[in-house]
Structures are given as C-alpha cells and as structure tokens.
Ligand binder design. Structure first.
Ligand code: NDP
Ligand code: 2IT
Length: 451
C-alpha cells in the first residue's frame, strides 16, 4: 500500500508537471494535498474512476488580460491581470485579488487551488478562485492606484457577479483598492450587489472583516494550544508581515496575554524585546495603512526595537510563530532556528508560507503546526458572512460576526482532529485539513456528474 501510494503520487505529479511546466508554486500546493489524500483516494475506486483529482487540478477557467493605464507622468503602463476560477462545485467562485510584482500564473493557480479546500473547510457555500496582477502598488500615488483598479475592473467585471464569482482582498489589495474596484464595477454593470467583499462599513462591508483573518488565526492557535493544555497567555510570539493579517494577529495575540516581539515587511524585520503595546500597534496601523511606510520606521520611533534589514524574524526565540506575509517564507533553516529557539506552535496566517522541507522538520519535532488553509480561513469565512448580510440587506453586530467566526474556526479545528489524528495521538493538521476539504469538494463534484 505504502509503495503504491508513493507511485501514484509520483506518477500524478510527473504528469502534472509536464502539463504545467515551470509552475513551481502550483506543483508544491498540489503535491501537499495529494500526499494527504492519496491513501483515501486509492481506497475509493469511485473517485478514481471519476478522475476527481485530475479534474480538481484543472481550473474550470483561467482568464488572463491586459491592464493598460496612465501613470502620473502621462506615460502608458501595461500590466497583466488574472482570474483563476478553479472550482465551483460547492458555491460561486470566491477568493482574493493580489497586486504584487511577483504575481504570475503559477502563484494564481496555487492560491486558487488552496482556496478551493479552504473554502470547503469554512462550511459555507463558496467555490475557489484567485486573481490579481503583477502591478506593484508600492510607491504609486492614489490616482495611479485608482486608474489601475478602474482598468483592471473594466475587464474583470464581465467575469464576476454576486452569484458567479466574488473577489476580495489579498496582498496589496485592501480597503482602498476594493473601493476603487467596486466603484468601477457599479458604474459599468449599473447594479449594487455584494460582488466584492472586504467593502467599507459605509457601503455594505461587514464588521470584523478587516480583523477576521488575524483574529481567526489566533482562535485556531488557541484551539491547537488547548490540545496540550496551553494558552497564549505569557507566551512570546513572532509574527512576520505587517499588513492586514499580521496587524490583527498581533492585536488578538496581545489581547490574549501574549508578548508579540516581531513584525516584518519585504525589506526586513523589527525585533522589540519589550513587546508590542496597544499604543505601538496603533502606530503600526497608521504607518502601514495611512502613511504606507516601511516597518523600519517602527525601530526609528521606538528605541526598544532593533531593525534587521534583509532578514526574516525566525531566528528570534519564541513559543509561537505566526507567518503572515507570503508563500515560502519559512525555509528549512528558518524552521530549524524556530525549533532551536523553543517554538512549540506554528500557526499560518499567510498562504503556504512554509516550505515542504520546513513542514517536515516541524512534523518530526511533533510541534503544533497548522496549514494556512485551516488557520487563515477566518478571512474568507467572514467574506462569506458579508455576502450573507448583503443578500438579506442587513448588517450584523461585531459580536454576532465574531461569534460566527469563532464557531467556524472551532469547526475547522474539529475537522482537522477528525481526519488528522495519528496513531500516537499527534494531530497532523495538514492531513486533517486536506482530507476534510477534499472529501467535501469531491463528493459535490461526484454528485454533479462529469463537469
Ligand atoms: P498585505 O498586503 O496587507 O500585507 C502583506 C505583508 O507581507 C506586508 O507586510 C508585505 O510587506 C509582506 N510581504 C509581501 N510580500 C512579501 C515578500 N515577498 N517577502 C516578504 N514580505 C512580503 O497582505 P495581507 O496581510 O492581506 O496578506 C498576507 C498573507 O495572508 C498573504 O499570504 C495572503 O495570501 C494571506 N491571506 C490574506 C487574507 C486576507 O483576508 N487579507 C486571508 C487569508 C490569507 P511589503 O509592505 O514590503 O510588501
Ligand atoms: O487567501 C484568502 O483566503 C483571502 N485572501 C481572502 C479571500 C476572500 O474572499 O475573502
């Protein structure tokens, strides 16, 4: 059995790799899911016969388009836009938009593939998609960002809709960008619907959506820690990133009594041995969301902090690590540093931030480790709650949304335990999340025939 699982995975992967050459992130994401679900698949002839896995790795639709816009100097700029509509078996396509210079088809496909299983885990009816552009918002004026968003939406609008595909934010796409995108969508389609989530509270957004990914990750980490009789209280936490997910992960971890000692951006990280406070975090919100500055400036303002350029925070000793920046930001060497520093729990806020080699080190060390598709699902889950509120033309209170979010994160944790608990009691959250998400999507696909 072990041999045939390995053979199956290798045969499948070599076919996938030759059909999708050079798409390394997509290969990585598929391999991780496949390794988890292969034993289950091989014992399910009906799924094998229906070629469920072969169908899951083929996006239902890939849209790639030109995004021309005028910069402040009056020069024409051209970017590439994407929307990968991966799977609509359990609901309309749903997933964020990423604006970052690194965006390419491989990254879009990996994110859309992950999103399909993540969305299934939320228990809400949402299919999987991802989109974005290689547009780099860094250093761009508000006017440039607006003109880019308008051009991007001029094409995207024909492919989306409240019952078809509902985009949201991701790296480089926050409240400002969602506003410009929504404005253009409304102008062209002449309709006011909840076609985007992450909207402002002034016009259809949900309370708690900005907080949801970071808070949800902390609720998930709380549940993981509880399996070992532990809590956030008194723990030291290293967080990477300083954007939406990192900011609210830091806020919730602090409010649960932990000491958050690092934040980062793509230029380096800050280490504050005294820990963040509410006042310091308020400054981070202002620095990153209003001034759109660099995390280096935190160390200039607070002498208790040191700035380390071109480095990641993982060599700082901590009990809990929360990677909240980007994919593959914890490599094997970083994982070893974390383990050497006594880290007991790695809870992913970002998508696929840990390389396979690093995951395997965590697994061997038997520490708590959760994949993003489980622990960062609170963001898209709250997007699902925003869709519901838009549909019924009502707004729920923060307490109501938070209660839903807590329940959803608890349910995802329970699903991981159900499908991921190993013989010795160790909870393999990767396997648990992959199998739970896969079963739901696979059954839905099966029941809908060959489509
Ligand atoms: P933001 O754009 O708000 O913040 C991203 C942060 O990560 C910034 O600090 C950014 O630094 C840093 N970063 C981005 N790219 C890199 C890189 N290549 N190397 C180092 N640092 C980098 O995005 P979010 O906080 O929304 O997203 C962070 C992660 O969480 C992503 O993986 C995203 O897919 C995931 N996620 C987001 C959800 C959401 O609701 N927003 C939901 C679930 C997952 P800089 O300012 O220098 O670019
Ligand atoms: O990766 C993610 O789950 C997100 N960027 C959020 C997607 C969403 O639709 O809210």
């Amino acid at each position: 059995m072990v041999q045939s699982v390995a053979n199956y995975v290798e045969d499948f992967m070599s076919a996938l790799e030759s059909k999708n050459p050079g798409e390394h992130e997509f290969h990585q994401a598929v391999r991780e899911v496949l390794e988890s679900v292969a034993p289950y698949l091989l014992e399910s002839p009906h799924l094998m016969k229906a070629k469920i896995m072969e169908r899951m790795v083929e996006p239902e639709r890939v849209i790639m388009f030109r995004v021309p816009w005028l910069d402040d100097k009056g020069e024409v700029q051209v970017n590439r836009g994407f929307r990968v509509q991966m799977n609509s078996a359990i609901g309309p396509y749903k997933g964020g938009l990423r604006f970052h210079a690194s965006v390419n088809l491989s990254i879009m496909k990996f994110l859309a593939f992950e999103q399909t299983f993540k969305n299934a885990l939320t228990t809400l009816p949402m299919g999987g998609a991802k989109g974005g552009s290689d547009f780099n918002p860094r250093g761009k004026s508000d006017g440039e960002v607006m003109r880019f968003c308008q051009s991007f939406m001029t094409e995207l609008q024909r492919h989306i809709g409240q019952d078809t595909d509902v985009p949201a934010g991701d790296i480089g796409v926050g409240g400002r960008e969602i506003g410009y995108l929504f404005g253009q969508y409304k102008r062209i389609r002449d309709e006011w619907t909840g076609t985007l989530t992450g909207k402002s509270l002034y016009w259809g957004g949900s309370l708690m959506r900005p907080e949801a990914t970071g808070y949800g990750a902390c609720y998930f980490a709380e549940a993981m820690l509880a399996t070992r009789g532990e809590k956030f209280y008194g723990k030291t936490v290293c967080i990477s990133g300083s954007g939406n997910v990192a900011q609210y992960a830091a806020q919730k971890a602090m409010r649960l009594g932990a000491k958050v000692v690092t934040l980062s951006d793509s230029d380096g990280f800050v280490y504050d041995a005294d820990g963040l406070t509410e006042e310091k975090l308020e400054y981070v919100f202002f620095l990153k969301n209003v001034l759109r500055g660099r995390i280096r400036e935190y160390a200039e303002k607070y002498p208790s902090a040191q700035y380390f350029p071109h480095e990641r925070p993982w060599r700082i000793a901590c009990d809990i690590a929360m990677p909240c920046a980007t994919q593959n930001e914890i490599e094997a060497i970083d994982a070893q540093h974390l383990l050497d520093g006594g880290c007991q729990c790695v809870c992913e806020g970002a998508n696929m931030p840990t390389t396979p080699e690093a995951i395997s080190l965590f697994y061997k060390a038997r520490i708590l480790y959760s994949p993003g598709k489980a622990s960062n699902a609170g963001g898209v889950a709250t997007s699902g709650l925003e869709m519901t509120q838009n549909s019924i033309r009502q707004s729920w209170t923060a307490e109501e949304v938070d209660a839903h979010l807590r329940r959803i994160m608890a349910d995802i944790h329970a699903a991981c335990i159900k499908y991921g608990t190993e013989g010795d009691g160790y909870i393999n959250y990767v396997r648990g999340a992959n199998i739970a998400g896969f079963i739901k999507v696979a059954n839905a696909m099966l029941e809908q025939g060959i489509c």
